[in-house]
Design a protein around this ligand. Structure first.
Ligand code: FE
Length: 187
């Protein structure tokens, strides 16, 4: 593991050793994430490989007690997620290229965009959580190049049961994302 990633993992551990409130954790982890994505010189090449069809999620580190995980999100040109939630806190830092996020709100009628699209450029950091807004769709901002963001979540996110939402009806469906570089036990 690169020194910078190791330093980031230590920072998250120290954030989790402090006050348990989410606000404190998000603030501490966001600051550390800002330092991690300030320079694009540490991500292992095998954790940056795009897939022609699907955006990739590579597990960079999982806390032995599953209190948090760190993942590289690799976007091929034009790739995007479905509308989804996380169920835990998450901190996203843009390492390479750019992505576009659209937040959503569930309503009586289904699911609706919540506010304008937000662009995330290299070096920038955003947060998600059930408290501050947990449902969004994320896309590569580029149609002609790979983009990569680094994500930290308050659990082993690849094994977390969460939901995707039908954009037309808002109907929720459970999913478990897994990781591109980890075979799931029993799967
Ligand atoms: Fe997300």
């Amino acid at each position: 593991m690169s020194n910078k990633l190791q330093q980031f993992v230590r920072e998250v551990e120290s954030a989790l050793a402090g006050p348990k409130d989410e606000e404190h954790i998000l603030e501490h982890v966001s600051r550390a994430m800002g330092e991690l994505v300030a320079a694009d010189d540490w991500l292992a090449p095998e954790m940056a490989v795009p897939h022609p069809q699907f955006y990739q999620q590579y597990l960079l580190h999982c806390d032995p007690q599953q209190r948090f995980s760190v993942v590289s999100f690799v976007w091929g040109p034009g790739q995007q997620t479905p509308i989804h939630d996380h169920t835990v806190w998450g901190v996203i830092g843009m390492l390479r290229g750019a992505e576009v996020a659209q937040a959503y709100l569930r309503t009586d009628k289904g699911i609706e965009p919540d506010g304008p699209q937000q662009h995330l450029h290299a070096g920038q950091v955003v947060v998600v959580s059930p408290r501050v807004g947990d449902i969004h769709r994320v896309s590569n901002a580029h149609d002609d190049q790979v983009s990569i963001s680094i994500h930290a979540y308050g659990t082993d996110i690849g094994n977390q049961r969460r939901r995707v939402f039908d954009p037309a009806t808002g109907a929720a469906k459970e999913f478990v994302s897994g990781y591109a570089n980890v075979r799931r036990v029993g799967a």
